[in-house]
Design a protein. Sequence first.
Length: 283
Amino acid sequence: MIYIGSHVSMKAPDYMLGSIREALSYDANACMIYTGAPQNSRRVPIGKFKLDEAKKLMEANHFQMERVIVHAPYIINLANSVKPETAQFGVEFLSEELKRVSQIGAKTLVLHPGAHMKAGVETGSQWIVNGLNEVLDQDESDIVIALETMAGKGSEIGSRFEELAAIIDQIHKKERVKVCLDTCHIHDAGYDLTQFDQVLEQFDQILGLENLAVLHINDSKNERGARKDRHENIGSGHIGFETLVRIVHHPKLDDITKILETPYIDSRPPYKEEIARLLAWKE
């Protein structure tokens, strides 16, 4: 079975209940939320989220809580050794975010690894390791932090599988840190998705396929290797529909939750149509 959905909004007055309603309106059986605005630290109490109503709606529609993916805000940068206070803020906010994810009942939190701010990949990566260990050593939940593969723009860490492996190798609770693979990002980082079996084999050899927690399914506005990170609608970019649909239907990825983060078209979400088109494909 394919578990596929999209980013959905989380806003007043219905919050989580509204998120699930939106996902169901796209004929999705998965979704991704932010617990608040991804660009800032303002958060409303979980008590306002209408969780009980949301869970009843999920149960009525056979929508599993494990298919609700939470994305951490972009303001977290554990790799910032240039401004240690920024990295420490990231540690503290990530700890609080894990508590919120636990209260919601979700199981996976996607996190951008961070940017080294010209201090170098090795230094930035060590700060990520230290930050994650500080957070996880004090957290007793079973929530998985899925480090997202990045496009490599600026000083981002995580555009190569080897960079993520070097981080995970040093984590004390290795079972708590896995990977979110973003198709746009790895395409922009230089991986050839037309040879996806080979890419997946690389992933398996370097990170282990058992450590793939989430897939972000996005086309790209850029040619391969551009290192820019600009998402495009499914089939309208440089990756193309045939490549993306084969990834969605790949037999080794059946149980992996797949999330669309493609741009709105004429101010409206394209997710219902994109999901239908991806699911309707027959080889």
